[in-house]
Design a protein around this ligand. Structure first.
Ligand SMILES: [Zn+2]
Length: 607
């Protein structure tokens, strides 16, 4: 007795038996019941999803002699002839080998005649995209006005290669890859009917390998059934190991074990697993791709609420994957994925796959547990709080009250009339870039500004005096803060430390806080020092602390020296001038000697 391969033995003979493709099947059945079948149909989809099978079932249904609306009956002579493959009214053409204009001319000649036994002549052209342009052109006219007694059914794996003129004359049906559940259910049914014992894990491996193609899956099943041994009772038993061996796969459990070792940073264990896999003769490129897919699966488990719907894996493996995903952060999984993605890419170009893969493991083991920056900052905060801070700073009296006193004292001590004019000349007011908060530096109510205005008014014209008064108002606060900022800097850090310890630690790295154009400027030598501080939320919090401590509607700006430098070759002369004017030392000297800055010289010439 000749052996019939599973793919032929289990080829569906009616609509109910078709695996997957429910929407298409339903549409076709309805079309037949309502006698609304198009004279030209086109089935597209990847290999082995049932295009030709559906075309044949359609042909049977059209010519079925049964009175039952549930066609095909598979018992009438027409149905039996088609099943046996000797129906005269069904012409099956392989587009790949009969692609020229001559074949199409013959076909056209043939369909001019009425069917001999059935009601219709049916033409099935498989791989229709292979026809030559001339052949397609020869078909066009016939497709546009097909004879009443003729139906065309086309099948193609490459829809994009079919000319649009043909497509527009056909009713199109796109067949999907068959889903994991449908396919494993179908294969389990076959195994049972064939008297073969097979585990769900083994089935899952076959289904995953079939990649949505029924025919591919059936071929693999055939191969594995032949490979498996019989038990004492004579029944064939497929072991999971058989599938692994036949498919050249790696036991799925290996990925779980390997992923666990990678996540735990057990590099030695990873290398042992790789060694064992290598000795089995597994293709390492394939192994690396599978590992990448496994980590993709872990990510899906982490993100999706129903990972089972997105992943083609057995329930047992899914459980293990969920467990692994739960034990890792999303960031960590992403890092692993990136490492293995890069590894898979490198493997494509290497002649030393094993070494490349080993180095990928080394990289992966270095990833370790990546923690979100926010969580890290939070932990750090708790840690510093618990340790009571690393740097001890003497506690000053309540900052706010002291501040007011200082403002008044320093104001009265200085003689503003000359100094303000002069410094203003050296410090041109210019538009400031947008800062963190909108309200710019404003004057505190109750500040003793009046003396300035009155002193000046007597000697200067009213307009100039008024404008100077406003400038002076800004000036006073800015100057005062600049000096106070330096003096109270440590107290401010202590104040911040009581609220956010890590922030205080970062502020200690700030070289010289300064006030410029109504903004408090924190400069850092190293950009990495202020990355966290520059985050919107943190900057907002720090702004609140500064406003509270210094009792002023300050804006904050954080910058690193390198980022400043990167923009130009260094500070511009204007910036240098501003920095010099704002220098606490210069201010102190002018104050002590009651002098004024009459000029600032910078640049190579004066160095
Ligand atoms: Zn029939």
């Amino acid at each position: 007795m000749s052996y019939l391969v599973l793919a032929r033995k289990w080829r569906p003979q009616n609509f109910h038996d078709v695996v997957g493709q429910q929407p298409v099947v339903r549409t076709l059945q309805n079309a037949i019941r309502r006698e609304r079948v198009a004279h030209a149909m086109l089935f597209s989809g990847v290999r082995g999803v049932g295009k030709t099978t559906l075309a044949r079932i359609m042909a049977k249904a059209l010519n079925c002699q049964s009175a039952d609306p549930d066609v095909p009956c598979n018992i009438c002579s027409s149905c039996l002839e088609i099943t046996a493959g000797n129906a005269v009214d069904l012409k099956e053409i392989d587009g790949a080998s009969n692609r020229g204009i001559q074949e199409i001319r013959e076909l056209k000649e043939n369909i001019r005649f009425y069917p001999t036994s059935g009601r219709f002549k049916i033409v099935i052209i498989d791989e229709v995209h292979m026809l030559t342009p001339e052949a397609f052109n020869a078909l066009l006219k016939t497709l546009e006005e097909p004879p009443e007694h003729v139906y065309f059914i086309f099948a193609t794996t490459e829809l994009h290669k079919v000319p649009i003129t043909i497509l527009s004359r056909c009713q199109r049906y796109e067949l999907q890859r068959v889903g994991f559940k449908s396919l494993s259910g179908f294969f389990a049914k076959i195994a049972k009917a064939e008297g073969v014992a097979i585990s769900t894990t083994a089935l899952a491996m076959i289904v995953a390998e079939a990649d949505g193609s029924v025919r591919d899956g059936l071929s693999l099943l055939d191969q594995i059934f032949s490979f498996a041994e019989e038990d004492e009772s004579g029944a064939v038993v497929v072991k999971d190991q058989d599938v692994v061996q036949v498919l050249g796969l790696v036991d799925r459990q290996v990925f779980v074990t390997l992923a666990r070792a990678i996540m735990a940073g057990e590099l030695g264990r990873c290398l042992e697993i790789l060694e064992a896999t290598y000795l089995l003769g597994v293709d390492l490129k394939r192994f690396s791709d599978d590992l990448l897919a496994f980590f993709r699966g872990l990510m899906v488990c982490k993100i999706s609420r129903e990972p089972g719907r997105l992943l083609d894996v057995a329930a047992q493996e899914l459980e293990a994957m969920m467990e692994l995903a739960a034990a890792s952060s999303r960031e960590g999984l992403y890092q692993f994925f990136q490492v293995f993605m890069q590894g898979a890419e490198e493997l494509r170009h290497t002649s030393q796959p094993r070494l490349t893969l080993e180095m990928t493991f080394v990289r992966a083991s270095q990833v370790g547990q990546v923690m979100p920056a926010s969580e890290l900052a939070h932990r750090l905060e708790n840690l510093i709080a618990a340790s009571g801070g690393l740097v001890a700073v003497d506690h000053s009296p309540a900052p706010a009250q002291k501040k007011t006193e200082n403002i008044e004292l320093s104001f009265r001590a200085s003689n503003p009339s000359h100094k303000q004019q002069e410094i203003k000349a050296a410090w041109p007011q210019q538009p400031q870039p947008a800062a963190v908060c909108e309200p710019q530096l404003t004057l505190q109510p109750g500040l003793p500004l009046d003396p300035v205005g009155k002193n000046e008014e007597a000697e200067t014209p009213p307009v100039a005096a008024a404008s100077r008064a406003t400038d002076a108002a800004d000036k006073v606060v800015v100057e005062l803060h600049q000096r106070d900022l330096v003096r109270d800097w440590q107290s401010f850090i202590v104040y911040v430390k009581e609220r956010k310890p890590w922030m205080a630690q970062t502020l200690r790295l700030c070289d010289n806080p300064s006030l410029e154009g109504g903004k408090m400027l924190f400069r850092f030598d190293n950009p990495a020092d202020c990355t966290l501080l520059s985050h919107h939320e943190n900057l907002k919090a720090l702004t609140t602390y500064a406003q509270d401590f210094f009792q002023s509607e300050l804006c904050l700006e954080i910058c690193s020296v390198t980022s400043e430098r990167a923009e130009g070759e260094g500070p511009t002369p204007r910036e240098e001038r501003r920095a010099l004017t704002a220098d606490p030392l210069v201010e102190m000297v002018t104050e002590i000697f009651d002098g004024k800055v009459v000029g600032i010289r910078t640049g190579p010439k004066f160095r």
